[in-house]
Design a protein around this ligand. Structure first.
Ligand code: ADP
Length: 216
């Protein structure tokens, strides 16, 4: 399977991305992790992006696209799919990664959108800040990351929705419930994604499930 994850900070992208990757035995390509790894190793790239990460700003499209291109090429060589987490984050990246993937015959088959309220996201991120030591989990930077998500990342969701490849899940539910809904949807879709052309597909909105079962 080839899956993109689009979600605001704190929605559980990293957790769900890792679970999906394990379940489908595909690489988990998480741009934030890859960038933080460069920072930790103090590579030239890491030193160049550190300030952006600390401030919660997006790093340049060119840098992330180069990193992701390498990872998708590697997945292609290994004959595997991918879970791409953290990219695309704006319309330029969305178009660019689509072109890159097309030339490799590796375009995403499903785009997962994790949906959550800002208040809950801020609460989760600040709780995480007490446990982990991510330099971008201070309240000011968290609010900046959320604002960027709403301004430039969320608009790409409509593009995928119109293409009929979007699956929206309520990420306010407990982690295991979110994971079950994602994996069930993906397993049901797995045999179809290569047979049904995008033009004949329809997006799926599962965000009512949480409320329907009183899980909030
Ligand atoms: P979160 O979604 O919680 O903000 P990530 O680990 O996905 O966490 O991203 C952390 C930071 O890494 C972002 O705030 C940004 O600075 C940088 N980053 C990650 N992916 C991208 C991307 N596709 N384009 C630009 N910057 C990115």
């Amino acid at each position: 399977m080839r899956i993109l994850l689009v979600a605001p900070p704190g929605a559980g992208k990293g957790t769900q991305g890792a679970l999906i990757a394990t379940h489908f035995d595909v690489p988990h390509i998480a741009t934030g992790d890859l960038l933080r790894d460069h920072v930790a190793r103090r590579t030239p790239l890491g030193l160049a992006v550190q300030d952006c990460l600390d401030r919660g700003e997006l790093v340049s499209d060119e840098i992330v696209l180069n990193i992701v291109r390498d990872e998708v090429e590697k997945a292609k060589r290994e004959g595997r799919g991918y879970v791409l987490d953290g990219m695309p984050r704006n319309m330029t990246q969305a178009r660019a990664i689509y072109q890159i993937a097309r030339t490799l015959d590796m375009t995403a088959q499903v785009v997962l959108h994790l949906v959550a309220d800002d208040d809950e996201l801020v609460r989760r991120l600040l709780a995480r800040a007490a446990l982990e030591h991510r330099t971008d989990d201070t309240e000011e930077v968290v609010r900046r990351r959320l604002a960027i998500y709403h301004d430039v990342t969320h608009p790409i969701v409509d593009w995928y929705d119109q293409r009929g490849i979007l699956v929206a899940v309520d990420a306010m539910q407990p982690v295991d419930r979110v994971a079950r809904q994602i994996l069930t949807a993906l397993e049901a879709m797995r045999p179809l994604v290569n047979l049904v052309p995008e033009s004949a597909r329809q997006s799926i909105d599962l965000t009512g499930l949480g409320k329907a079962f009183g899980n909030h």
